[in-house]
Design a protein around this ligand. Structure first.
Ligand code: A2P
Length: 393
């Protein structure tokens, strides 16, 4: 038998098919089909270049194998296989200590494994792909930011008609933009978080809403922001099996976001409001934008009662005022957050700009220290219990 080797794999349940890893890999070891992103063991040199850019951590998976899983194996997976027991010699049953150490390290990636909240429903994933996309009809497309704002964010409502597309708050869908790039290849699929709750943007309708920011030269975002009522849109997914909402009315949900990172939190808030109006758990939203005019859902958010949602807005570019980031507001609310942090009912979600992640982490570190807690330990425990979730880009 060959010596056991460490094989790099991608978790199909968590991967959002954003193509970042394939673009990053310097040795072209990563490829995909309409189902999965996969790693070619014959090419991968374990250089780790693909690990930091992955927005979900799905890339950070490893198995010790006697013979590597083939690309065909990986294309067919719905979930990662469990770590096999590896025999290391002729009939040997015991695993060498160094191999065991590799196996142990395989279970804890750099950011720790993402885990869904214990009370979350099991989501459906990957029901539709490019070749079998679900077709939706646009029933609404509204600008969310003030007319004076340079930030053009849209609330787009898509009706699925008779096509089943079960989703949960926190999941994303893919949009297939029409046409081809200058090389004649179909445009890349883009992923958007769903901004509406599981039973529809309009309750009990088979529709959903997305929050889309127009990006300069963005093929898909410009296509989406220009959609008209009645236009047809091709959808893939749904994606995401861990950034989900606890289904427990006692759960405290602390949500920290910038810009369109607010989309899943709109979904969380609407589901709580509609399904659990008497929930005992608290919902808090720390939301960062340049100015009030640039903050998506600014108007509607003012109408959400404080009893349902505590709102903390951080503005960074209001003329004549000091730059404020979400992490500054969290520090300001230290007493409240330090009280909530150690509770086993508390869940923390971070969604939006990647740069925010570090600032939020160090704010939580300071807040915990004020309560004589160690954030690094608490964060590890919360993550492994499905109570700490980060989705940044
Ligand atoms: P800034 O004015 O410094 O760019 P955007 O509008 O680009 O999506 O950004 C949303 C908000 O996030 C802006 O207020 C932006 O501030 C802020 N932001 C930028 N970098 C960080 C960071 N490292 N931590 C927290 N907020 C940030």
């Amino acid at each position: 038998m060959n010596a056991p080797l460490k094989q790099h794999l991608i978790d199909p349940e968590i991967c959002i098919r954003c193509n970042t890893c394939e673009e990053t890999c310097p040795v072209d070891a990563i490829t995909h089909d309409s189902n999965n992103y996969v790693v070619d063991a014959a090419r991968c040199n374990l250089c780790m270049d693909c690990i930091p850019p992955c927005p979900t951590g799905s890339i950070d998976n490893w198995r010790i194998v006697g013979a590597p899983y083939s690309l065909e194996d990986q294309f067919s997976w719905e979930e990662l296989p469990k770590q096999e027991q590896i025999a290391t010699g002729d009939g040997a049953e015991a695993i060498d200590a160094d191999v065991q150490a590799l196996i142990d390290s395989a279970h804890t990636g750099a950011g720790g494994k993402s885990v869904a909240p214990a009370s979350a429903l099991k989501p459906s994933v990957n029901l539709y792909n490019r070749d079998s996309a679900a077709i939706a009809t646009v029933t609404g497309n509204y600008r969310l930011t003030h007319e004076e704002s340079d930030v053009d964010v849209h609330h787009i409502i898509l009706d699925l008609g008779d096509t089943p597309l079960p989703v949960l708050e926190g999941q994303s869908i893919g949009i297939v933009p029409p046409g081809v790039d200058p090389d004649g290849k179909p445009h890349r699929i883009r992923l958007y978080s769903i901004a509406s709750p599981r039973h529809g943007e309009r309750p009990n309708h088979n529709n959903l809403a997305l929050t889309v920011k127009r990006e300069t030269n963005g093929v898909c975002s410009n296509y989406m922001c220009d959609l008209k009522k009645g236009d047809k849109v091709r959808i893939t997914g749904p994606f995401g099996a861990t950034f989900l909402m606890p289904n427990d009315p006692a759960a405290n949900i602390i949500m920290i976001c910038t810009g369109t990172g607010s989309a899943p939190f709109r979904a969380f808030t609407e589901w709580r409001r509609r399904a659990m109006p008497n929930a005992t758990g608290r919902m808090l939203l720390f939301f960062g934008a340049r100015r009030p005019q640039d903050l998506p859902y600014f108007g509607p958010l003012q109408k959400v009662p404080d009893s349902l949602l505590g709102k903390y807005f951080a503005y960074s570019r209001v003329p004549g005022e000091k730059k404020v980031y979400v992490q500054d507001l969290m520090r300001r609310e230290e007493t409240m957050l330090a009280k909530l942090a150690p509770s086993p009912h508390t869940h923390i979600y971070v969604c939006g700009l990647k740069g925010m992640e570090q600032g939020v982490d160090s704010a939580l570190d300071d807040i915990c220290r004020s309560a004589e807690l160690r954030w690094a330990d608490l964060r590890d425990a919360m993550r492994s219990e499905g109570r700490y979730h980060v989705e940044t880009y």
